[in-house]
Design a protein around this ligand. Structure first.
Ligand code: ATP
Ligand code: HMH
Length: 266
């Protein structure tokens, strides 16, 4: 018998195509040496071309899954992704409030294809209930605009975006600049707690197979936190992992293929 690896829980939607959501999270956790567990919030019928349908789970099904995990097994870090509605945002925020483990909150808004994964009516609950529970919040630039109204075009704007997100109460903000056209050859993210500021710069890979990048990055951060890394250490390691996974992303179906979660093993 061996000792259990660190324990990491994802609370997110299922992506039938296997590139994002729960599937990306569990693959990332396996690749980074932690035991991945899941609370499914919604089932999506999804492939490389888009989202064909979404079926949200009832709030008590989400609560029951979460409790089943924490009451018996325990968690050392939690990651949240697609939460779909205001009711589920409020439900998950209340569960996080009851959990001591650090939480990585990826405030998923829309898919790469532009399909809504969060109701517009849930934004206020994300601001008021969910962000204050986050150890790290990881919005992309579209989510920053939706949540704070800050439109990012330059690195200075990223600072303003981080301040606006921190204003909602997370301990750290990681502003993902993956969508920033200004940085032709670099993918630049900003991590800050309002005092310390770290810019994470990686080579931008000219690869259109980027389905699941945000889920992968957030799960990799949670895996690092479960292993006992500090937030800056976990984010640095996660950025390295997602950059490698994007470089190795592959074509699948007729649209946007997934990143390669197993790139380190090939
Ligand atoms: N082409 C690229 N090459 C290298 N890194 C990238 C590229 N695109 C995005 N990234 C990086 O990937 C990470 C995820 O950022 P991104 O902005 O793509 O998240 P996202 O939009 O939330 O993803 P998702 O589509 O899964 O919701 C960030 O660290 C970002 O800088
Ligand atoms: C289920 C799910 N969660 C998150 C994303 C974000 O890309 C997606 N496409 N699907």
């Amino acid at each position: 018998m061996s000792t259990a690896p660190p324990l990491c829980l994802t609370v997110a939607g299922s992506d039938s195509g296997g590139g994002a959501g729960i599937q990306a999270d569990l693959k990332t956790m396996l690749a980074l040496g932690v035991h991945g567990m899941s609370v499914v919030t919604a089932v999506t019928a999804q492939n490389s071309l888009g989202v064909r349908g979404v079926w949200e789970l009832p709030a008590d099904a989400v609560t029951a899954q979460y409790r089943a995990v924490v009451d018996d097994i325990g968690v050392q870090a939690v990651k949240t992704g697609m939460l779909s509605s205001a009711v589920l945002v409020e439900t998950v925020a209340a569960l996080l409030a009851d959990t001591r483990a650090p939480a990585v909150v990826d405030p998923v808004g829309v898919s790469k294809h532009g399909d809504a994964l969060l109701a517009a009516s849930a934004l206020e609950a994300v601001r008021k209930e969910l962000l204050p529970r986050a150890t790290v919040a990881t919005p992309n630039l579209d989510e920053v605009a939706q949540l704070t109204g800050v439109v990012v075009e330059t690195e200075d704007d990223m600072r303003r975006a981080a301040d606006a997100i921190l204003g909602h109460g997370p301990r750290w903000a990681l502003i993902k600049g993956g969508h920033l056209a200004a940085h032709g050859h670099e993918a630049v993210d900003l991590l800050t707690d309002g005092t310390e500021e770290r810019w994470l710069r990686a080579r931008r890979h000219d690869n259109r197979h980027t389905h699941g990048t945000g889920c992968t990055l957030a799960s990799a951060i949670a895996a690092g936190l479960a292993r006992g890394l500090t937030v800056p250490e976990a984010v640095t390691a996660a950025k390295e992992y997602v950059t490698g996974a994007i470089a190795a992303g592959f074509a699948l179906g007729g649209g946007i293929g997934p990143v390669d979660h197993a790139w380190q093993w090939r």
